[in-house]
Each structure stands twice: as structure tokens, then as C-alpha cells.
Design a protein around this ligand. Structure first.
Ligand code: NAI
Ligand code: MG
Length: 369
């Protein structure tokens, strides 16, 4: 039998612990019913860690994150920690995880469930059946490039500077993730930059093409300028399968794509790093939403974004595509039954609580298995 999968669960703050409680019930369900076994450890991050240890992520927690097969995170932050110094704010815990695990590829799916086509601002025929994946480079580009800063010119004017920088290895490793993913999907990658006006974009296009020709010839590759891509995403999003792009364009395009599908409460994500000597790829899975302090503690939060993040973990960290499908089908069935949490406006829907949604998913899983 395959060895147990080691998971580190970091529920965090606000609605994080509430949604994670429901996801843990599903993890237990898989542990008992399916072939996969989990060794699960839970720890603190964000405000919860500040309250307990005075830092947003304890060294011991960081150490654990480096040595598990995958990390599942809820959300961090809240008004009670807003007045803290920038360097010890809850968000720094998340940034430390991303940085030390060197999670350079951020995967943001945009998946439209049939029951939610009306939640989109676009016409049903444009979004129904939509299933695209945006791979955003996360550790390089203009957010980190040097030189940067604000300088005072002799004229008295001030000048703000940020620099877009990419090296061949940074481009190749994120493109490889995108090509790999495409092979598990519809086998198509669209690489997005602005090679028409940026040298870094010329390099990006060049390196992606070279890697494709050398190692991924079976995957269909196309190129698109970022401004056109933003138009195409709202005009005809179903033309895409996997989109790979840099940090800045990916930040915006992934948010645009996400909103095609409805609610923040439904959006999962994954952040992947390098594969180590043992063949394990560093990975963290988390919902796109934050800690939602406005509804925290009220049993109102939608747990599906975190649950779908767990499904991504099964698919991408553990190659358990069928188990991931099982979760996605259970979610689909629950939505088709008309069950909704408060974040999804739907006339005639049955409103359920966070726990109620967890119950519904578990019973849907029982029916499927
Ligand atoms: P948010 O995502 O927490 O909430 C935005 C709105 O969406 C709120 O009205 C909230 O009630 C609703 N919402 C979010 N997730 C929901 C869910 N699962 N079910 C139902 N409704 C949901 O973003 P906001 O308000 O900007 O930030 C709140 C706190 O979260 C801040 O401290 C912020 O720094 C932190 N944050 C943390 C993130 C993370 O941990 N990755 C990401 C974004 C914000
Ligand atoms: Mg953003």
C-alpha cells in the first residue's frame, strides 16, 4: 500500500477555522473510505499564531511546512491585528510560507458550475461549462525586481521605480508547470506577455517556445498579448485551457477570470514550488478569499473554496484525479439540489450554514462512493 500522505493544516483566523472544520470532515471521509491515508497535523498561522507565540508563523511551524507533502491553509488576518507593525502582521505568516517554500507557480482555476451560471455577470452561454486554469508566476517580476523605490530628482520632482525582471530559469520552471498541467487537462497552453513593448516579454516568449519545442511538443502552444487576453477572457473565455503568465499580468488576469464564475466563496488555489530529491513538489493549497471578519463566527461562510482547494491537492500533489473528481461531483450535486451559502445570491435556493454545507457534501459523497 502507498505510504500515508503528510498534511499540515493551518486554519488561521476569522472564517478560516470554521471552513477548515468542514474540510477536515471530508479529509476524514477520504481517510476512511478511499485508498488514500492521511497523517494530519494542525498548527497556527496569522493572528492565531501572533496571539500564541507573538509571531505570525513560528519557526517550528515553518519547519513542519517544509517537511510535509502538502499544506492546506484557511485564511489569515482581521481587524484586531490591523494596528500591528507591518513586519509582524498576520499576512507576513503567509508571505513567509510562500517565500521559504519558494512557491513560484500560483494556480487559479476558473470553473463554472452549471447551477451557478446565473451568478456570473456574463451571459450563460459564454460561461456555461467554463473550465480554465491560470498559472501565474509568483516569486519574480515587477513586484520583486531591482532597482525599486522612490527617488528625489534635482528638479524637486519625485520618481517612482519598479523593474520587471525575469531570468530564463524563472520562466522555464513556471512554463514547465503549465505544460505539465495541460497534459492532465485539454493539452493546450496559451502563454501571455507583452513582447510587443517589453524585452522581458520577448525573453518570456522565446524561452516558453524553446522549452515547448524541446520537451512538450505534444502540448498545443499559443501566444497572446496580455491586453488582448484580458479582452478575450470576458469575450470568449472558453477558448482557453491553461494560461501561463508573469506575476503582474497573472495577478489581474486571474482575478478577472475568477469573477466570470460567481462567488469568492467558491474559488480555490494552489501554489507550487520545485520538486525535491525525493520527487516531492512543495505545495500549498488555500482558498482565494480572506478571513471575512464581517461573518466570522456566525456559521455562514462558504466552505467550498477550501474544499475545492483540497480537491486540487488530491489532483496535483497526490495524482489522485479520481478522488478529486469525486469531490467536484459532490459539490456539483449539492449545488444542483439548490443548496447555497449566503455568499451566492439565488432566488429559490435553500440557504444552508457552513456546517449544513459540510453535511450536504458528506451525504453527496456517501451517495457517490
Ligand atoms: P475577504 O475575502 O475576507 O472578504 C470579502 C467579502 O467576501 C466579505 O464580505 C466576506 O464576508 C465575503 N466572503 C469571503 N469569503 C467568503 C466565504 N467563504 N463565504 C462567504 N462569504 C465570504 O476579504 P477582505 O474583507 O478584503 O479581508 C478581510 C481580512 O482577510 C483582512 O484582514 C485581509 O487582510 C485578510 N485577507 C487574507 C487573505 C488570505 O488569507 N489569503 C486574502 C485576502 C484578505
Ligand atoms: Mg490580486
Amino acid at each position: 500500500m502507498a505510504s500515508n500522505k503528510k498534511l499540515l493544516v493551518l486554519p488561521g483566523d476569522g472564517i478560516g477555522p470554521e471552513v477548515m472544520r468542514e474540510v477536515r470532515r471530508v479529509v476524514d471521509w477520504f481517510d476512511k473510505r478511499q485508498a488514500v491515508r492521511f497523517d494530519l497535523e494542525e498548527d497556527l498561522v496569522g493572528g492565531a499564531a501572533i496571539d500564541a507565540h507573538g509571531v505570525p508563523l513560528a519557526d517550528a511551524t515553518m519547519e513542519k511546512a517544509m517537511n510535509v507533502d502538502a499544506v492546506l491553509l484557511g485564511a489569515v488576518g482581521g481587524p484586531q491585528w490591523d494596528s500591528l507593525d507591518f513586519n509582524i502582521k498576520p499576512e507576513r505568516g503567509l508571505l513567509r510560507l510562500r517565500k521559504e517554500m519558494e512557491l513560484f507557480a500560483n494556480l487559479r482555476p476558473a470553473l463554472c458550475f452549471d447551477a451557478l451560471v446565473d451568478a456570473s455577470t456574463l451571459k450563460p452561454e459564454i460561461v456555461s461549462g467554463l473550465d480554465i486554469m491560470i498559472v501565474r508566476e509568483l516569486t519574480g517580476g515587477v513586484y520583486f525586481g531591482e532597482p525599486r523605490g522612490i527617488e528625489e530628482l534635482p528638479s524637486g520632482e519625485r520618481r517612482g521605480i519598479n523593474t520587471q525582471v525575469y531570468t530564463t530559469s524563472e520562466i522555464k520552471r513556471v512554463a514547465a508547470v503549465a505544460f505539465d498541467l495541460a497534459r492532465k487537462r485539454d493539452n493546450r497552453v496559451c502563454s501571455v506577455e507583452k513582447a510587443n513593448v517589453m524585452e522581458s516579454g520577448v525573453l518570456w516568449r522565446d524561452e516558453v517556445t524553446k522549452l515547448h519545442d524541446a520537451e512538450f511538443k505534444d502540448v498545443e502552444l499559443s501566444h497572446m498579448y496580455a491586453d488582448n487576453c484580458s479582452m478575450q477572457l470576458v469575450r470568449a473565455p472558453k477558448q482557453f485551457d491553461v494560461i501561463v503568465t508573469d506575476n503582474l499580468f497573472g495577478d489581474m488576469l486571474s482575478d478577472t477570470a475568477a469573477m466570470l464564475t460567481g462567488s469568492l466563496g467558491m474559488l480555490p488555489s494552489a501554489s507550487l514550488g520545485d520538486i525535491d530529491e525525493t520527487g516531492r513538489r512543495k505545495a500549498m493549497y488555500e482558498p482565494v478569499h480572506g478571513s471575512a471578519p464581517d461573518i466570522a463566527g456566525e456559521d455562514k461562510a462558504n466552505p467550498l473554496a477550501t474544499l475545492l482547494s483540497f480537491a486540487m491537492m488530491l489532483r496535483y500533489s497526490f495524482d489522485l484525479g479520481e478522488d478529486a473528481d469525486l469531490i467536484e461531483t459532490a459539490v456539483k450535486n449539492v449545488l444542483n439540489e439548490g443548496k447555497r451559502t449566503g455568499d451566492i445570491v439565488a432566488p429559490g435556493a435553500t440557504m444552508v450554514s457552513t456546517t449544513g454545507m459540510g453535511d450536504a457534501v458528506l451525504s453527496a459523497l456517501d451517495h457517490l462512493a
